[in-house]
Write a protein that binds this ligand. Structure first.
Ligand code: SF4
Length: 375
């Protein structure tokens, strides 16, 4: 198959669904790790076409959603400082910190800019040698390599007015934490295909074996997701727990060696807090000692931050798959994409935004609502 539409073919989807229905004999809960997969599932109503014994639990794979409040407050503090050009992807501007967001900092005179690549921020640093340019580097293994590259280039060029506010997280430790949680209901994972296209699949067999949990590397189109589900339930029903790659058009076992080498050079792994979940050991990256001078937290000494999550927001439970978004009392009332209380309603990959956008109000999926508000 060559084109994206072919991965949405209703006839092939019907055949995969028939196979899934014929395979499932008892209840299973599967977790799709990535927020992009969650949006695809809700957008196409895939969960509503599956056997009722199958439950899809939405995982914590939305980078904006899991960025800790403390780091957002640090971003707000740095962006407010005179002489700083603070650069970020668009989604982050609307994520509420304790009391305000980056849009408000901009309204109050802060120089906050939306960029499309860390290299845009690097160009700003070259053009403005008398200003401090900070890039808010968030995300999983997918966005970490270009951010590592930006720091690498800054070091090579001697651009001392560039720094990175780092909030990078890693998927395998999150899977470990989910499986170790006492309330865990997950019996199989649909792993994030784009993460594996960078990191490969070598970290997963040990996890699958130790936790007796099938892990199927899965893409993002409807047929990708149905194939991931089909392979996962076949393993579950057969009592197997191995790693399968259902996204071979993008993923090879060793991943992308150049990207991995860049990550290994610039970053080192560290414990990291996940918003709504807490600290997961070894689940993030920070700059390696050699590149520490480019660490914005270091450079701006942002300390003494006191955070306060909105009491009504239950995004921590949503991110752990303990609560569906429409089960939150604030959903669609005090919390909408225009007035988000939590990051899961802001991000284009957030589960709350997906449920709101596709009118998943506890009933059926219908036409998108306010499609532009979460773009
Ligand atoms: S609907 Fe809003 S308040 Fe409720 S969990 Fe989602 S983001 Fe938080």
């Amino acid at each position: 198959m060559k084109y994206i539409e072919e991965f949405q073919d209703p006839e092939l989807a019907g055949k995969l669904l028939d196979d899934i229905h014929a395979t499932v004999t008892r209840p299973w809960a599967l977790m799709e790790v990535c927020g992009g997969q969650t949006h695809s599932i809700i957008r196409h109503g895939i969960d509503q076409l599956l056997p009722e014994e199958l439950e899809l639990i939405h995982g914590p794979g939305c980078p904006v959603c899991v960025t800790p409040l403390e780091l957002i407050d640090k971003a707000l503090e740095i962006a407010s400082r005179p002489g700083v050009i603070f650069c970020s992807f668009g989604d982050m501007l609307r994520v509420p910190g304790t009391g305000r967001d980056l849009f408000q900092v901009r309204a109050e005179g802060g120089d906050v800019r939306v960029v499309y690549s860390p290299l845009d921020a690097l160009a700003l640093a070259r053009e403005n040698p008398d200003r401090e340019v900070v890039f808010f580097g968030i995300g999983f293994e997918t966005t970490a390599p270009p951010n590592a590259m930006a720091v690498h280039l800054a070091a090579r060029e001697g651009l001392r007015n560039f720094s990175l506010l780092v909030s990078h997280v890693r998927v395998p430790p999150a899977i470990e934490a989910i499986m170790n949680a006492p309330h865990c209901r997950v019996r199989a994972f649909l792993a994030a295909g784009h993460v594996c296209s960078v990191m490969g699949t070598e970290e997963y067999p040990e996890l699958a074996e130790r936790h007796r949990v099938p892990i199927v590397v899965t893409g993002f189109e409807p047929l990708d997701i149905l194939e991931g589900v089909r392979r996962a339930v076949r393993q579950l029903e057969a009592g197997r727990a191995t790693v399968e790659n259902a996204y071979q058009r993008a993923v090879v076992p060793q991943g992308n060696p150049a990207a991995r080498a860049m990550l290994a050079e610039v970053f080192t792994t560290t414990d990291r807090g996940w918003r709504g979940i807490g600290v997961i050991p070894d689940s993030g990256w920070r700059l390696a000692p050699r590149f520490e001078e480019f660490d914005a937290e270091h450079r701006f000494s942002v300390e003494g931050i006191t955070t306060r999550e909105p009491a009504a927001c239950r995004s921590g439970e949503v991110l752990q798959g303990l609560l569906k978004p429409h089960e939150c009392e604030a959903f669609g009332t005090t919390c909408t994409p225009r007035t988000p209380l939590g990051a899961t309603m802001v991000s284009s990959e957030g589960a709350c935004a997906a449920y709101y956008l596709y009118r998943r109000l506890g009933g059926t999926t219908t036409a998108p609502l306010e499609a532009s508000t979460v773009d």
